[in-house]
Design a protein around this ligand. Structure first.
Ligand code: ADP
Ligand code: MG
Ligand code: ZN
Length: 481
């Protein structure tokens, strides 16, 4: 018997608004060096007698995200209390949405082995994050800085069929969230967390198998590996005639296995009911349409447009569209009239290499698109050669100065003057008679060595094409002498 997997994902994404979901405390990135319990007030600490107030910015961002996921926005939302008892939840309930969520019935397209696949989005709703527990020997501590941070929970249909598809879905969703600036996308900081529901069934069966839920996955790799592990495990169980137990499990990254979580502690009856402290949230069509109008072009559409209107390869389009700031820089460079392929090469090649070294993102550089365009033009018109161009770009990135200024100050203008270059070539050949003989005896690679010497003599300024032609010609001349 062969088995097929059925997977549905629940994703929790933090929404990085200025303040928390129901109080005025700031939302602060979990960098690990923030002192515990400093961004806490009576509301998010769950003191009696306080009243939550809905953060309308968080609602707007959630609506935009749901629209990007092609969801319908429900005209009336209700917040509900989800009761459970755990020390990271000060009120004893989490404010979430249940019967009337923010949005429903959307989809997200993913790449599945080269073809596009539509994955249904069942619902998306707003809720608040819980605090964080620290365990230190026999002592446990709670930090409520994160308690009350807005979360958008996005629940997929069970449309995914493999561990790779689950990962592709996670990545596609991550890309959209970062594009819409919902959060920073830093998975290590827990801004996006996955839960995977996995079941298997005999191939071709219409019935759904019994699912197991893997909690708290913090990376794409953990998502893919844990799902792959569960598919194997469950298929093997069915194969040997066992049944799969419905269970909630965690992922032990080091051991590469899922581990059951104590079911007693996690066997919930959440006793959902509408939160009487928060009035129903009415969302007008007008508001939805105005937010729809604010949506930026999404990565998928951008990639397609880069291929069609700028003639880029699918690969270049993908690399450039991955980051919104990179894509914007590219387009602004092209707008100045620079050839699109040239612009793509400089950005994905040289600029990315420099960024890696500086640990900064393109938006953090003091490098206006106009300055980058200017540099590319100076190289393509031949004022400086390509390798000097690279050096100049590095200096632009580190100092914020413009290319012409750097070229002028360092006297880097390319030498294309034939007379001048011929002089350098002749001198170089005169000084290296042995290498000349080697070349003439058939060792063609000596040409590259000569060009290196010529570049050194001109401090990198020689026009490489002209230098190469002159050197070949001069070498041949010496054959006849
Ligand atoms: P909950 O986990 O709160 O009970 P749901 O029953 O709505 O919520 O399901 C949550 C997730 O589980 C959804 O993403 C859904 O697609 C997925 N799911 C439901 N049934 C199955 C199944 N038999 N196999 C795999 N995934 C499933
Ligand atoms: Mg669930
Ligand atoms: Zn607060």
């Amino acid at each position: 018997m062969r088995y097929e997997a059925v997977i549905g994902l629940e994703v929790h994404a933090q929404i990085h608004t200025c303040s928390k979901m129901f109080c005025g405390c700031p939302v602060v990135a979990d960098t690990g060096d923030v002192a515990p319990n400093i961004y806490v007030c009576p509301v998010c600490a769950g003191m009696p007698g306080v009243l939550p107030v809905v953060n309308s910015r968080a609602v707007d961002i959630a609506i935009k995200t749901a629209l990007a996921l092609r969801c319908d926005i429900l005209p009336t939302n209700r917040f509900a209390r989800k009761s459970y008892f755990y020390p990271d939840l000060p009120k004893g309930y989490q404010i979430s949405q249940y019967a009337l969520p923010l949005a429903a019935d959307g989809y997200l397209e993913i790449d599945s082995g080269g073809t596009r696949k539509r994955v249904g989005i069942r619902r998306a709703h707003l809720e608040e994050d819980a605090g964080k527990l620290y365990h230190d020997g026999r002592v446990s501590r709670v930090d409520l800085n994160r308690a009350g941070v807005p979360l958008l929970e996005i629940v997929s249909e069970p449309d995914l069929c493999s561990a790779d598809e689950a990962r592709a879905y996670g990545e596609a969703l991550h890309e959209i969230l970062v594009y819409l600036e919902v959060n920073t996308g830093e998975m290590e900081a827990g801004v996006m967390r996955f839960e995977a529901n996995v079941s298997v069934r005999p191939e071709g069966s219409e019935l759904m198998g019994i699912r197991r839920e893997i909690k708290n996955l913090n990376s794409f790799r953990a998502l893919r590996d844990s799902v792959a592990y569960e598919i194997e495990l469950q298929s093997a169980a069915l194969e040997s005639g066992d049944t799969v137990e419905q269970e909630t499990v965690g992922w032990d990254e080091d051991a590469g296995v899922t581990v059951p979580q104590r079911s007693k502690e996690f066997a919930h009856d959440y006793r959902y009911f509408p939160d009487p402290d928060i009035p129903p949230l009415e969302i007008s069509r007008k508001k939805v349409e105005s937010l729809r109008g604010q949506l930026p072009e999404l990565p998928e559409a951008k990639r397609a447009r880069f291929v069609v209107t700028h003639g880029l390869s699918a690969y270049d389009a993908r690399v450039l569209a991955e980051d919104r700031a990179v894509a914007d820089t590219f387009e602004r460079v092209v707008e100045t009239g620079v050839d699109a392929k040239q612009a793509a090469n400089w950005i994905t090649g040289e600029l990315f290499r420099l960024l890696k070294g500086t640990d900064r993102s393109i938006g953090e550089l003091d490098l206006p698109a106009a300055a980058l365009a200017e540099l590319i033009e100076l190289v393509s018109t031949g004022l400086i050669n390509r390798s000097t161009g690279r050096e100049v770009l590095a200096e632009m990135v580190s100092t914020g100065r413009r290319a012409p200024e750097i070229i002028e100050a360092r006297d880097l203008t390319q030498v294309s003057d034939i007379r001048e270059l011929r002089g350098v070539v002749r001198r170089t050949l005169d000084e290296n008679p042995e290498q000349v003989q080697e070349y003439l005896a058939g060792k063609r690679q000596v040409l590259g060595w000569f060009l290196g010497q010529i570049m050194r003599a001109t401090r990198g300024k020689a026009n490489p094409q002209i230098a190469r032609e002159l050197t070949e010609k001069e070498l041949e001349n010496r054959r006849d002498q």
